[in-house]
Design a binder for this molecule. Structure first.
Ligand code: G4P
Length: 290
């Protein structure tokens, strides 16, 4: 479960990440395919510097496949190697060692030029809580690894896991905190489990979700709640859905809080279908801005 982050936690998590990165050839960053922007902490780019990076979009089973393709193309614009996986069901996992090798091509070429005998590439999984780091590590290890170190401030002896002949993986992930600055990012993370669900009022998160779904996935929204059309006014929307589901307060009016919580949980359970909660920005310009 997501933890609450305080400045002390962040400083410690950053220090731990810096220590781990010293041992690493390739950084494997894991993001949630439903929120490829919101589930990344840009600090990793700064901390990993020139090290090769493989970007994994996990939980692809829950995301909109068309949107995942768009995101993948967007991320790859600057040459970052990406891989789309569903770690829970083991899909795409076999491609990880090869993708790591591809991401490290420049490094491998450098070793060759310098006459350094190639060794297994040392990798580290990094990401914000709940992105699926432990699931990926356990699947790659082929057994359940104790996740005792998967909290900032809790350390355990680190070990390398051999993944095939050409890759080694540190058995404790690097954890970074989620982004907090933008409100929309917060809602997306609450909906997808990247931050504690009670950080926000259910009503605010539900309104954010409904407005997004009305614009991008209106059919899925109508289907879920058996609506002929989507009321534009939020009060009318809650009224329609609450009444349909019989979520009533005393006196026969609908219970708005409970209706909001139901909508929130419907999303958490994947009841709307495969949904991506953010669209890729416009193509990057030459100077890297969007
Ligand atoms: P973390 O180490 O990065 O914190 O994440 P972890 O592997 O613990 O995964 C978080 C939750 O996400 C787990 O659910 C896990 O099963 C699920 N998960 C990981 N990868 C995938 C995926 O590709 N697809 C789907 N659908 N789920 C995935 P959990 O243990 O049930 O936790 P929770 O649901 O109670 O938060």
């Amino acid at each position: 479960m997501s933890i609450q982050w305080y400045p002390g936690h962040m400083a410690k998590a950053k220090r731990e990440m810096i220590e781990k990165l010293k041992m690493i050839d390739v950084v494997i960053e894991i993001a949630d395919a439903r929120v490829p922007y919101s589930s990344r902490n840009p600090l990793i780019e700064e901390l990993s510097g020139q090290k090769p990076r493989l970007m994994i979009l996990n939980k692809a089973d829950l995301a909109d496949p068309e949107m995942t393709k768009k995101w993948q193309a967007w991320i790859e614009q600057d040459g970052t190697k990406t891989l789309v996986i569903d770690a829970q069901h083991g899909k795409g996992m076999k491609q990880i060692p090869e993708a790591v090798r591809e991401a490290a091509e420049v490094l491998l070429n450098r070793w060759e030029r310098k006459g350094i005998r190639p060794r297994a590439l040392r990798t580290l999984i990094v990401g914000i809580p709940n992105s699926g780091k432990s699931t990926v590590i356990n699947k790659l290890a082929g057994k359940k690894i104790a996740v005792i170190g998967d909290k900032p401030g809790v350390t355990k002896k680190q070990q390398w896991i051999k993944v095939g002949k050409e890759m080694e993986l540190l058995d404790t992930p690097g954890i970074l905190w989620p982004k907090f600055e933008e409100e929309a990012v917060g809602y997306r993370l609450a909906l997808t489990g990247g931050v504690k669900e009670d950080i926000f009022d259910f009503q605010d998160s539900a309104v954010f979700l409904i407005q997004y779904l009305s614009r991008v996935y209106p059919e899925l929204l109508k289907q879920r709640y058996d609506l002929n059309s989507i009321p534009e006014d939020m009060t009318a929307f809650f009224e329609a859905v609450g009444r349909r589901r019989g979520i009533l307060a005393k006196g026969g009016s609908i219970d708005v809080d409970k209706t909001a919580e139901m909508i929130f949980r419907d999303f958490r359970q994947g009841s709307f279908g495969r949904i991506t909660l953010e669209e890729p920005p416009h193509p990057k310009r030459d100077d890297g801005t969007t």
